[in-house]
Design a binder for this molecule. Structure first.
Ligand code: FAD
Ligand code: SIN
Length: 521
């Protein structure tokens, strides 16, 4: 057994920020970070557009950013959370700079502020089109300087430890005592005992197969918290990014940042018609729920597989300077953005819901906190405003730090049992796992996509139940491995998305069911 003051699950922006802050303030306390892949593999690493933060006192204001967030959230944001997050933004951004992250500046040395859908002003700070890579680099560099942080890559958190594992009966208010973690190299399962556990395990994109997210985004933290009976909310609000590069065979699709539309690119159908102005006065810069739904309508109307993003009228040198990564990726696909339109299609991108937390990052389980994409704060409501996610992760990592700074670390928690895998054996059913994963992803794409219906959702439940029984049977009889645990988690997440979709009887933001009416605001 390993004992630590703080167990952090995940090494994206949320987990790293918390770890740095708490370790800097309390050098005598230990922080153990587990992360299931390489240390930098995360949604954070692939963030392109940037961080939405009010820095331009002339044109912008907190009030405008607050209003944009509320409008895009379509009536379901928690206003006090929105105000808190946005007002904290500049302070949290300054900390990123202090830790060594670089953001682009213009000729006068002011931050170069980009624009994205739903924003009324230019307010997105960025590092070219690889903002997440830069943020992850800077945070990892700082974490490695801190002697009281142990960062353990290729360590997969399987389950949270609560009274359930201690076999204590009739506990109404559960406490988290750490987690069971699979050390992938040896196959051994560690019991990590922690005074406080921070879930920072990111998103769920891979549940849909076709996604902008990397392979690690399998919703593990949300599934673990759900199994431990934490409150999970808003899972029906899956955000589909309108412009993933169309690659017919790809699961993870390369993103063409919304900032490209902020830079002036147009969406066209194959005949060249620029269709977004037909739907919304903000055209390509309507919020992404609207743009994705319009593309979906166009595709259904025409039977095409994709639409196009036209950048040919844009100043190509400026485009290359701002979006070198996108430019290079297109070049590699034989798309010359100065001459050719880029084929794009919506893909699952972000989950607005997750583990319910309060303003201090507390979940409904004692000593269990959550921040970043796995959490549900109330900031996004029915749809997230572009580039509010990195901001949210920074603010909530700080809030958890602030809360825990005031808590005593006296007395370690109770003894926890070692992992028990008696009666299980190494599974040889890898083919079955792959088969179930494909079925799950197809079911989510076809029955639980951008536009849903009660009939499809009900069919999805029946199909999911079959996959669920097979996966649970395998889990009960097998020695754990990452593939099996991820699949089990994705099944749990799918269950949450479908169940919470069926429970929503009005259309809002990213939730669109043909059997529902839109409730007036
Ligand atoms: P992540 O960065 O995803 O980190 C999660 C970590 O948890 C990873 O290290 C993962 O390996 C680990 N983990 C997961 N499960 C386990 C487990 N069982 N055991 C151990 N470790 C585990 N947002 C913006 O605000 N601006 C943008 O410009 C932007 N662009 C984006 C572009 C792309 C292509 C994508 C995919 C997302 C983008 N987003 C953007 C969203 C944003 O990047 C994420 O919401 C944010 O980075 C999430 O940070 P996080 O720390 O919560 O999770
Ligand atoms: C993008 O660059 O388009 C992604 C921004 C985001 O998801 O917030």
């Amino acid at each position: 057994m390993l004992t630590t003051h703080y167990l952090v699950i995940g090494s994206g922006v949320a987990g790293l920020t918390f770890a740095i802050k708490i370790a800097e303030k309390f050098p005598d306390r230990t922080v153990t970070m587990v992360t299931k892949g390489d240390e930098d593999e995360s949604n954070t690493k692939y963030a392109q557009g940037g961080v939405a933060v009010v820095l331009d006192a002339q044109e912008d204001s907190f009030q405008k950013h607050i209003q944009d967030t509320l409008t895009v959230g379509d009536g379901l944001c928690d206003r006090s959370v929105v105000e808190m997050v946005i007002k904290e933004g500049p302070k949290r951004f300054d900390e990123l700079i202090h830790w060594g992250a670089h953001f682009d500046v213009d000729a006068e040395g002011n931050y170069d502020l980009g624009k994205e859908g739903g924003h009324s002003e230019n307010r997105v700070v960025h590092h070219r089109d690889i903002t997440g890579h830069e943020v992850e680099r800077a945070l990892l560099m700082r974490v490695h300087q801190l002697e009281n942080v142990a960062l353990l890559p290729h360590h997969f958190a399987i389950d949270l430890i609560t009274e359930h594992h201690l076999k204590l009966p009739n506990i109404r208010q559960l406490t988290c005592y750490g987690a069971y973690v699979l050390r992938e190299k040896t196959g051994e399962v560690l019991a990590i005992r922690a005074q406080n556990t921070i879930l920072a395990s990111g998103g769920i994109g891979r549940v849909y197969g076709h996604t902008t997210n990397p392979d690690v985004a399998t919703g593990d933290g949300i599934a673990m918290a759900y199994r431990a009976t934490a409150h999970i909310k808003d899972m029906e609000f899956i955000q589909f990014h309108p412009t993933a590069l169309y690659e017919p065979e790809a699961g993870t699709s390369f993103l063409i940042s919304e900032a490209v539309r902020g830079f002036g690119a147009y969406l066209r159908d194959k005949k060249g018609h620029r269709f977004m102005p037909d739907y919304d006065g903000r055209a390509e810069l309507a919020s992404r729920d609207i743009v994705s739904q319009c593309i979906d309508k166009e595709l259904k109307k025409t039977g095409d597989n994709h639409v196009f993003l036209d950048c040919t009228h844009l100043e190509s040198k400026a485009f290359m300077a701002h979006f070198p990564n996108i430019y290079e990726k297109c070049q590699a696909m034989h798309i010359d953005v100065a001459r050719d339109w880029i084929p794009v299609v919506p893909a699952s991108h972000y989950v607005c819901g997750g583990v319910v937390i309060d303003k201090s990052g507390r979940t409904t389980i004692n000593n269990l906190f959550a921040c970043g994409e796995c959490s549900r704060t109330g900031l996004h409501g029915a749809n997230r405003l572009a580039s509010n996610s990195l901001l949210e992760a920074l603010v909530y990592a700080h809030n958890i730090f602030r809360h825990l700074s005031e808590e005593s670390t006296e007395g370690m928690p109770v003894e926890i049992p070692e992992w028990n895998d008696e009666g299980t054996r190494i599974t040889k059913e890898h083919v079955l796992l792959g088969h179930n994963l494909k079925e799950l992803q197809a079911l989510m794409r076809n029955y639980v996509g951008i536009v849903r219906s009660n009939d499809r959702l009900t069919k999805a439940v029946a199909k999911l139940n079959v996959i669920h029984s097979e996966v649970e049977a395998l889990y009960r009889t097998s020695k754990v491995n990452t593939t099996l645990c991820e699949l089990r988690n994705m099944v749990n997440v799918a269950h949450l998305i479908i169940g919470q979709s069926l429970a929503r009887h009005e259309n809002r933001g990213g939730y669109n069911n043909i059997d529902n009416i839109r409730k007036p605001k």
